[in-house]
Design a protein around this ligand. Structure first.
Ligand SMILES: *Cc1c(COP(=O)(O)O)cnc(C)c1O
Length: 224
C-alpha cells in the first residue's frame, strides 16, 4: 500500500469507529490507541504521518526501544502489557502517558514505592479480567471496585483513570458482549473514572456499543 491507499484504508477504520460511537451517542467520544507491538518504527512513522498520535506497546523493552528511536515525534505512549516488578523502573524512565494494565494490589504497592522515590505520578487503568479467564491477567470483576478504591486511598502517586479489559476469548458474540458489559458496569461505579478501555481489532465495534471510550487496535491499524 502506498501512502494514499493507506490513508484511505485508515479512513475506513475510523469510519467504522465513528459509526459505532454514533450509535451510542453523538457525545460519546472514542479514542484509538494504535497497538504497535507487531510493527516497526517505520510502520509507526507512516501512521503518525497520517495523524495517529497514541501508540501502545506490551513489552517494556520494546516500548523503550521504540520511544527512543522515535523521540523526535510527540507520540503519546501507552503501556498495555503485564508489568513485572523488576521492570517498573524501566517503565518509569520512559514515563508513558498511561499504564493500562495495573492488575493487583501487590503491583500497586511496588509501583507506589518506586513512584514516590522518583517523585512522580503515573496515570493508570485497573485491568479487569471480566470473563474470569485463567489465561488472563487482571483483577476479578467482583473485587474490582474495592481494589480500585483501595488503590486511590493507599497509593497516592498512582492516578487511576478507569479500567481496561480484554473481551472474552469466544466465538460467541453474546459471551464477548457479556464480558464488555461486566467491565462497563464496574466502570460506572468508579469514582472520577473517565476511561473505559476495551475493544481490539476483532471486537471494537461491539466494545464501543457496550460503552468503551478507548479502543486498542493492533492488526487492523497496521493492516497486518
Ligand atoms: C495486542 C493487544 C491489542 C491489539 O490486538 P489486535 O487484535 O491486534 O488489535 C490490544 N490490547 C492488548 C492488551 C494487546 O496485548
Amino acid at each position: 500500500m502506498d501512502e494514499i491507499e493507506y490513508k484511505l484504508y485508515i479512513d475506513d477504520v475510523i469510519r467504522r469507529v465513528e459509526t459505532a460511537r454514533l450509535k451510542v451517542s453523538e457525545h460519546h467520544i472514542v479514542k484509538i490507541v494504535a497497538v504497535s507491538k507487531y510493527s516497526t518504527c517505520s510502520d509507526i512513522e507512516k501512521l503518525y504521518t497520517i495523524g495517529q498520535r497514541a501508540f501502545g506497546e506490551n513489552k517494556v523493552q520494546d516500548l523503550k526501544a521504540k520511544a527512543k528511536e522515535l523521540e523526535e515525534l510527540p507520540i503519546e505512549w501507552h503501556f498495555i502489557g503485564n508489568l513485572q516488578k523488576n521492570k517498573i523502573n524501566n517503565l518509569l524512565d520512559i514515563n508513558p502517558s498511561l499504564f493500562q494494565a495495573l492488575d493487583s494490589l501487590e503491583l500497586a504497592q511496588e509501583l507506589q514505592k518506586k513512584l514516590l522515590a522518583k517523585n512522580m505520578t503515573l496515570d493508570c487503568l485497573l485491568h479487569v479480567n471480566a470473563a474470569k479467564e485463567e489465561s488472563k491477567h487482571g483483577v476479578m470483576p467482583e473485587d474490582a471496585v474495592k481494589i480500585y478504591t483501595q488503590i486511590i486511598d493507599e497509593y497516592p502517586n498512582i492516578q487511576l483513570r478507569g479500567v481496561m479489559s480484554i473481551g472474552a476469548h469466544s466465538d460467541d458474540k453474546e459471551v464477548v458482549r457479556k464480558s464488555f458489559e461486566t467491565t462497563h458496569e464496574i466502570y460506572k461505579q468508579l469514582p472520577n473514572a473517565s476511561i473505559c478501555s476495551m475493544g481490539m481489532s476483532g471486537d471494537f465495534e461491539l466494545a464501543i456499543e457496550c460503552g468503551s471510550n478507548m479502543v486498542r487496535l493492533g492488526s487492523i491499524m497496521f493492516n497486518k
